[in-house]
Design a protein around this ligand. Structure first.
Ligand code: NDP
Ligand code: 2IT
Length: 443
């Protein structure tokens, strides 16, 4: 059996009951084989065995006080996955589904993603099964402060730098950063996604969504076409989905459907993004409220958004939201590009189906890397005590996304898998981490 398959099988049996983590390893490890064949020194140095084992996993109790005076308890996680090329970097997710398997899959993916950005950041991820939905600002603050009371001792500007993810946006980062500062007395770039008045970076709010569209720009370029006259379907209506929709529209595409976990809206005239921002960013409401803004729209409760015909499909909600049934609908309706805004949006079977049908597919670790890339630019601005303009950062972001695409495309082509951006991104991301681990010895 090959080295990659041996490590995969062993890691799966050593970590039972972690299906999302198994899925991420199953997607990544086999694609690394051509590079492994070229570098026998990787096996000698047990690079893969070390790569799949997080450097550190922290699990902690988070007690907090609800508005009615009751004490509630949630579970907190931070998985510090790999620091070969820089301090641990990655988001924090607050969602009732959060467990160790989900945090490990996200952390593992983050190692490759962060390497792809070309910036000096290692990989990590954290979160909690806390559900911010329906909680007051006061309750969210109580939870965030308690979360940091435990986490603060493990993170810091040159050690581990958290950021947002599902359920964690500017409000939550503000509360966490405030508590971290209070406990440590340090005013430093120890979190990204901060508000603009206290060290945040321009473009960070838009970065993941805009970066996704810059990735699609490169994909369309390869297909010798542009955004003009293209129809896009974007799942989710959170941070990533909203700014992907904004940039797609700026580039001339028409976004006709968006969703949340209850259902999707379809607006053949093109989604009114100001309405979606008002519902989601201001009111923290539900997507069906869109019907009050536009007569042209329909709402489909619990519907499958991928049944809406489109040229460009951009899953931007959560893992495994695009399965074989969705992939089949997209293929039958003539979709040409699928790019993942969410992490591991697509199941392995659905990914293979799309690739075999000639749909150009970009995995999240390449397509959504714009968020963490601008996070690294926020860190650079914080440590040098300066701030760059919106245009400067947006231009850097576009260049970084182009380089990720070109690097992934070239790596796939080099190993005889032209157009397979899944394999290309894995190989390109892995290569730098493996070299750094080799150089640093058995650590
Ligand atoms: P938000 O919390 O802002 O939005 C998440 C959106 O996805 C909401 O519309 C939410 O609907 C929907 N959603 C979440 N969980 C589920 C679920 N289990 N089933 C169906 N819909 C769901 O998160 P982000 O936009 O920040 O993140 C979206 C994805 O992008 C995640 O996979 C994240 O890991 C990834 N990502 C985020 C980055 C960032 O910078 N924020 C960077 C790179 C990747 P509802 O409100 O109903 O729950
Ligand atoms: O999945 C991701 O890349 C993020 N949630 C953003 C991480 C970051 O550190 O900005």
């Amino acid at each position: 059996m090959s080295y990659t398959m041996r490590v995969l099988q062993h890691a799966i049996s050593k970590n039972p009951n972690e299906p999302e983590f198994h899925q991420a390893m199953t997607e990544i490890l086999p694609t690394l084989q051509p590079l492994i064949d070229e570098h026998p020194e990787y096996e000698k140095a047990s690079i893969l065995e070390r790569l799949v084992e997080p450097e550190r996993q922290i699990i902690f109790r988070v007690p907090w006080v609800a508005d009615n005076g009751e004490i509630r308890v949630n579970r907190g996680f931070r998985v510090q996955y790999n620091s070969a090329i820089g301090p641990y970097k990655g988001g924090i997710r607050f969602h009732p589904s959060v467990n160790l398997s989900i945090i490990k899959f996200l952390g593992f993916e983050q190692v490759f993603k962060n390497s792809l950005t070309g910036l000096p950041i290692g990989g990590g991820k954290g979160g909690s099964d806390f559900d911010p939905k329906g909680k007051s600002d006061r309750e969210v603050m109580s939870f965030c402060q308690s979360f940091i009371n435990e986490l603060y001792r493990y993170v810091g500007a040159d050690q581990d730098i958290p950021a947002g993810d599902i359920g964690v946006g500017g409000r939550e980062i503000g509360f966490m950063y405030g508590q971290y500062k209070r406990l440590t007395g340090q005013y430093e770039g120890s979190y990204t996604g901060k508000g603009l008045t206290y060290g945040g970076s321009l473009v960070r709010t838009q970065a993941t969504g805009y970066g996704l569209i810059y990735m699609v720009e490169n994909m369309l370029n390869t297909l010798k076409t542009t955004f003009a006259d293209k129809t896009a379907v974007i799942s989710g209506s959170g941070n990533v989905a909203i700014y992907a929709a904004e940039k797609a529209e700026q580039f001339g595409a028409k976004v006709v459907a968006m969703s949340d976990s209850n259902g999707y809206i379809y607006d053949p005239q093109g989604i009114d993004l100001d309405a979606v921002k008002e519902i989601k960013e201001v009111r923290r409401g539900r997507i069906h409220e869109y019907l009050k803004f536009r007569d042209s729209a329909q709402y489909v409760e619990n519907g499958l958004i991928w049944s809406v015909a489109c040229d460009l499909a951009l899953p931007c909600a959560t893992q495994n939201e695009l399965l074989e049934d969705g992939a089949k609908l997209l293929i039958d309706n003539g979709c040409i590009v699928v790019a993942e805004g969410s992490n591991m949006s697509t199941s392995l079977d659905a990914t293979h189906m799309l690739q075999q049908s000639g749909v150009l597919f970009s995995p999240g670790k390449a397509a959504n890397a714009g968020g963490v890339a601008v996070s690294a630019l926020e860190m650079a601005q914080n440590s040098s005590r300066i701030s760059w303009s919106f245009e400067e950062i947006d231009c850097m972001l576009r260049t970084i996304m182009h380089e990720i695409y070109a690097g992934s495309y070239a790596a796939a082509e080099k190993y005889g898998m032209k157009g397979n951006l899944v394999a290309g991104a894995n190989i390109a991301g892995f290569s730098k981490v493996a070299e750094a681990m080799l150089a640093q010895g058995a650590v």
